[in-house]
Ligand binder design. Structure first.
Ligand SMILES: *[C@@H]1O[C@H](CO)[C@@H](O)[C@H](O)[C@H]1NC(C)=O
Length: 264
């Protein structure tokens, strides 16, 4: 558990990586196979890229558009933020895209019980200065109508760095399918610090999935409708090299709090 907290600082940017299992002695020599699929334009119209500027540093997070004015992200992504630069409407970060909109904001609401040590209540909201105009490529997502159950297929997405050794973000938004695991199973790896308001996700055992798109969305499809069931919160201190699950803040237990803040 010692390294649990430090992990969010090590992996302060968002990444999705899937790699073939290789013997450990190969790991540092062999470039890993980076997986996840490229998202297509318009696939995740709620996905926000957030550059957070604090008094000390600048870092990248994901987020999800919840309404024309509010973006949901992780608490540690807004904590101490002075200015947020937010990109919406494009699956790419930097390639030319006429659908991209870039806005800035300084207003955020951090969950009052956010605990940076235990990473409990790792949830926060950013308010845009003006309501954004919705387009084919910019649409809000929906809060869940039911809890996220154990061993459900979910989708994680992000622009995060694609390997432990490559601090660069991916220009193209990537996504990968994983499963929610039970908190009992996750506690066997991370201990009792896994609270009921967290959920861990993991890929196939023969694949090894590592996700750490801090602040980014965890999506469950019910029919064809995506629901925002989680927010990326932490990854194992062992990093992408490990097959340890990654941790998310469940959104369902926070729906009343979110609604009280954003007034929907
Ligand atoms: C999910 O797993 C937990 C143990 O972590 C268990 O207490 C709970 O009953 C399970 N939920 C369902 C719906 O089976």
């Amino acid at each position: 558990m010692n390294n649990f907290v430090s992990s969010i600082f090590i992996f302060s940017s968002l990444f999705i990586c899937v790699y073939a299992k290789t013997p450990s002695f190969y790991r540092h020599n062999e470039p890993r196979v980076i997986g996840g699929q490229d998202a297509y334009s318009g696939q995740f119209t709620f996905a926000a890229a957030i550059y957070t500027q604090t008094p000390d540093t600048r870092f990248f997070c994901g987020g999800a558009l919840l309404s024309t004015e509010w973006i949901l992200t992780a608490g540690h992504c807004v904590n101490n933020g002075i200015i947020f630069t937010i990109k919406l409407g494009s699956i790419t970060l930097n390639s030319d895209d006429p659908n991209r909109v870039i806005v800035a904001s300084s207003e955020y609401v951090l969950h009052p019980d956010f605990n940076p040590e235990s990473i409990e209540n790792d949830i926060g909201l950013i308010k845009l200065r003006l309501p954004i105009t919705l387009t084919t490529y910019i649409q809000p997502t929906t809060l869940p109508i039911q809890p996220l159950y154990n061993y459900t297929t979910v989708t994680v997405l992000g622009w995060g760095q694609t390997s432990d050794y490559d601090p660069e973000l991916s220009d193209n938004l990537k996504f990968v399918y994983v499963a929610s695991i039970s908190n009992a199973e996750c506690r066997m790896i991370y201990g009792s610090q896994i609270s009921d308001n967290m959920v861990c996700v993991q890929g196939n055992y023969n694949q090894g999935t590592c996700t750490g798109d801090n602040g980014g969305a965890l999506i469950e499809y019910l029919g064809r409708y995506p629901y925002l069931v989680g927010i990326a919160s932490f990854v194992s201190a062992n990093g992408c090299e490990s097959t340890n699950p990654s941790g998310y803040t469940r959104t369902f237990p926070f729906t009343e709090w979110i609604k009280s803040v954003i007034d929907i």
